[in-house]
Design a protein around this ligand. Structure first.
Ligand SMILES: [Ca+2]
Ligand SMILES: [Ca+2]
Length: 354
């Protein structure tokens, strides 16, 4: 009994320690207003603007958008994305990257629409889209790949675009299988979209992961280091994993960089172009972390309890983005894990001081 009490006290202390707020010295917020209520994926374009996916999952009434955050943090609209032809619901833009052709590659995640919805027995409704850009303006939106369950991060590297599939099947038996698919830009043709084979059997799968925790999802954020290492977040198991590929594009090495150590999950990630550090949004921990890719050391940059997002507080963050010495963190504010979806709808902006 006494041992039980001691254990309970230790557990409480540990829990309290894990949830200690860490508020950065210099932190502000960009507030999204009007048609924009739920931010997610981000990338810095060639002109230094941040392109932001705005799936509006919390209030889909206005549709879904790609937005631009310019150098002065002013927000404007790049394009409103078309609704999905089968679900008739708005596009679900999550991961976004700029290709070597200057066009935008965007994951359309329809999982939130089809999960648990008997009207859509085929759960493979998510897609890879291309926003064709001309003179800085969106010209048209093309469908390149169909048949994902949960298309998530997008990363362009070399002659290819890489997309994480957060689960290969809806089989509830652990472990959950997920991974990364690689498409050569030259094989992408909107006149003949690639229809993926289900269950992780498609030949475009280039990296595979397993997740023991079945409560959430597997492969999530992804990005490349300067040396060509592909970093992938394993959401449910709170792991950062790393893959290298040989000349034939096959996996040459697969290692775990970091696990837990203050992280409750690993959602979106970005590799800092200057330092090589991997920044990770921790949706469940309401935190953002920096991971050293060499040692696996985890440094928590910011963490707080459930909030509205006011004064730059984190409000269920899903994706980080480094621009200069600032870390931008999209607060997806989904009503999960005790959080309430609420105004303001924010991007937290943290000065890194490095
Ligand atoms: Ca909020
Ligand atoms: Ca909230």
């Amino acid at each position: 009994m006494r041992a039980m009490k001691v254990l309970a006290a230790v557990a409480l202390l540990l829990m309290a320690g894990c949830s200690t707020a860490i508020i950065p010295e210099k932190v502000t917020a960009i507030e999204l207003t009007g048609n924009y209520n739920t931010p997610d994926g981000m990338v810095v374009d060639r002109e230094g603007n941040i392109l932001l996916s705005c799936p509006n999952s919390n209030d889909p009434t206005p549709g879904a958008f790609i937005l631009k955050i310019d150098k002065d943090d002013a927000v404007s609209e790049v394009v409103k994305l078309p609704e999905h032809p089968v679900t008739k619901k708005p596009c679900g833009p999550l991961g976004i990257d700029v290709g070597p052709d200057g066009n935008l590659y965007v994951a359309d995640n329809q999982w939130f629409t089809v999960a648990g919805n008997a009207a859509f027995p085929d759960k493979h409704q998510s897609r890879l889209l291309r926003v064709v850009m001309k003179g800085g303006k969106a010209e048209k939106v093309e469908v390149l790949v169909t048949g994902f369950i949960m298309a998530n991060a997008v990363a362009c590297h070399g002659d290819s675009v890489y997309v994480t599939e957060s689960k290969f099947s809806t089989d509830p038996t652990p472990p959950m299988r997920s991974g990364v698919l690689r498409f050569k830009l030259s094989e992408l043709d909107p006149a003949r979209p690639i229809a993926l084979k289900p269950n992780g059997e498609d030949p475009h799968v280039c990296a595979r992961m397993k997740t023991e925790n079945m409560d959430w999802v597997g492969a999530n954020g992804a990005g490349f280091g300067a040396d060509g290492t592909l970093y992938v977040c394993n959401f449910g198991d709170a792991k950062l994993e790393a893959f290298t590929f040989n000349a034939e594009g096959k996996v040459a090495s697969h290692r775990m960089v970091a696990r837990l150590n203050g992280m409750k999950c690993c959602d979106g990630l970005k590799v800092c172009p200057k330092t090589g550090a991997v920044y990770i949004a921790d949706f469940l921990g309401n935190a953002v972390h920096k991971v050293c890719p060499k040692t696996g050391a985890v440094t928590t940059i910011a963490r707080n309890g459930n909030t509205t997002g006011r004064r730059g507080r984190l409000d269920r963050p899903s994706e980080p983005c480094v621009r200069g010495n600032k870390l931008y963190v999209a607060n997806i504010d989904l009503p999960l894990a005790g959080n309430r979806y609420d105004a303001p709808h924010t991007i937290t902006v943290i000065e890194l001081g490095e």
